[in-house]
Design a protein around this ligand. Structure first.
Ligand code: PA5
Length: 425
């Protein structure tokens, strides 16, 4: 399904030597006895697919596709990144589309918010507001602004039919609001935290509305669930990846996630949140960074090749592009005739091979390579589950709780104190 290559990491790993540790972690996850085990509902999720729920999501997405020009996905962090990651990775950045998906609630930026609201003035739009806690301020403010615009455009009754809420089953401000107004509501299971929620309605409703085959996403996740359930680390790519990045973290402090497709940018943003928020505690964890090559080779390539040796790379690559272009040697004065007739995807692949060689063999930068057949629904579903499980195992290797984020609360507390003082109008 996916291929993990560890032959360029500039170290040998004796998997047998680590089997006992991995087995312990495997059992902690399985038996729900590890740190934060009350938030491991995502672990068996692919195995417990609620087909009625999937049908409801597909029907709702079809209703949105048939009746609106735009769906505004209103959420932040784990309530936003997964959906956008999948939509952009699979559909691309300029998709042929029935419904446009745009994003709000992931920022306090007045300029961005104002532009989005202005853009929506002439559009027929629906809102999917997503928040597990129901109290995230970025999302709450954006939802309120969207609601007010929507009601002023189409009136309260029609607005009510254009709002889709994804939140906790029983608690939070958003849940109260949804119950009061009887908005159509999807539930985020209480034992699944934000950054592990992409395979719940949090990710699936926006994906389905963007025309993505969510059954394919789930099939991929089911396969990853099965493959990563193997206790023998020598037969489990997910555990091998977790172990490799853990061992590399003893000499490197940054994991640079690399893609060769601009449409992977948001997938890598999702990875950055997943690993950064899960591992970065108790003064531990790798700093998850990102780059899109060859674009960033022209800005960061020098540092990677010859700068401070602080990073290793995890490269995501597809054997087949979602689309292709043939280079045509259009102008004979361009002196590019040796490229005539070549596919741009094979030029991109040669850039990858040449860069890998340069970074590993001359720059001495360890590189993990993860390749899939294609960035389609099935493989993106596979990758979501693969990385969530690898992240949980990695965090347990570091002996930190993968499922909390106590440090994030500090900025919120300070910000709310300042807002309540209200002395900076
Ligand atoms: O992983 C997490 O828990 C966070 O990133 C949350 O998803 C994010 O803070 C948004 O929270 P909420 O869904 O409660 O609005």
């Amino acid at each position: 399904m996916i291929k993990l290559q560890l032959n360029n990491i500039l170290m040998d790993i004796d998997f047998h030597h680590h089997q006992k540790t991995i087995e312990l972690i495997h059992n902690q996850l399985k038996n729900k006895t590890g740190l934060g085990s009350e938030f491991t509902g995502w672990l068996d999720l692919p195995n417990k697919i609620d087909h009625k729920l999937i049908d409801d999501i597909i029907d709702t997405s079809q209703y949105i596709r048939n009746n609106y020009e735009v769906l505004v996905v209103c959420g932040i962090g784990g309530s936003y990144l997964g959906a956008r990651a999948a939509i952009e990775a699979i559909n691309g950045l300029y998709p042929k589309r029935q419904v446009e998906i745009i994003y709000l609630g992931q920022t306090f930026s007045s300029s961005y918010t104002s532009q989005v609201l202005h853009y929506l003035q002439s559009k027929l739009f629906a809102i999917n507001v997503i928040s597990k806690s129901g109290s995230t301020l970025e999302t709450s403010i954006a939802f309120d602004l969207l609601l007010s615009l929507l009601e002023s455009k189409i009136g309260k009754t029609k607005a009510k039919q254009s709002i889709f809420v994804t939140t906790d089953s029983s608690k939070g401000r958003l849940k109260d609001q949804a119950d009061y107004h009887e908005y159509k509501t999807f539930i985020i299971p209480s034992d699944i935290g934000g950054r592990y929620s992409v395979l719940t309605p949090v990710g699936l409703l926006p994906m389905a509305t963007a025309g993505i085959d969510i059954k394919g996403v789930i099939q991929g996740a089911v396969q990853a669930y099965q493959d990563s359930n193997e206790v023998n680390v020598s037969n489990n790519g997910c555990y091998q990846y977790a172990l490799a990045r853990y061992l590399l973290s003893k000499s490197k402090s940054v994991e640079l996630f690399v893609g060769y497709e601009p449409q992977l940018t948001m997938f890598i943003e999702w990875l950055k949140q997943l690993f950064g928020e899960s591992e970065g505690k108790q003064k531990r964890g790798l700093w998850p960074a990102s780059a899109i090559f060859s674009t960033d080779l022209h800005s960061l390539g020098q540092f990677i090749q010859e700068g401070t040796p602080l990073l290793f790379q995890t490269i995501l690559i597809a054997n087949n592009p979602n689309d292709d272009v043939v280079v045509s040697y259009h102008d004979r004065h361009s002196q590019l005739d040796y490229l005539s007739g070549q596919k741009l995807s094979s030029i991109n692949h040669k850039a990858y091979l040449g860069t890998l060689d340069a970074h590993v063999n001359e720059g001495k930068v360890p590189c993990i390579v993860i390749s899939v057949d294609k960035f389609d629904a099935y493989h993106i579903g596979y990758l979501f589950y693969f990385f969530m499980k690898a992240c949980a195992v990695s965090a347990y290797l570091l002996e930190v709780n993968p499922f909390d984020q106590p440090g994030v609360e500090v900025y919120k507390k300070n910000m709310l104190n300042l807002l309540k003082k209200n002395d900076d109008k």
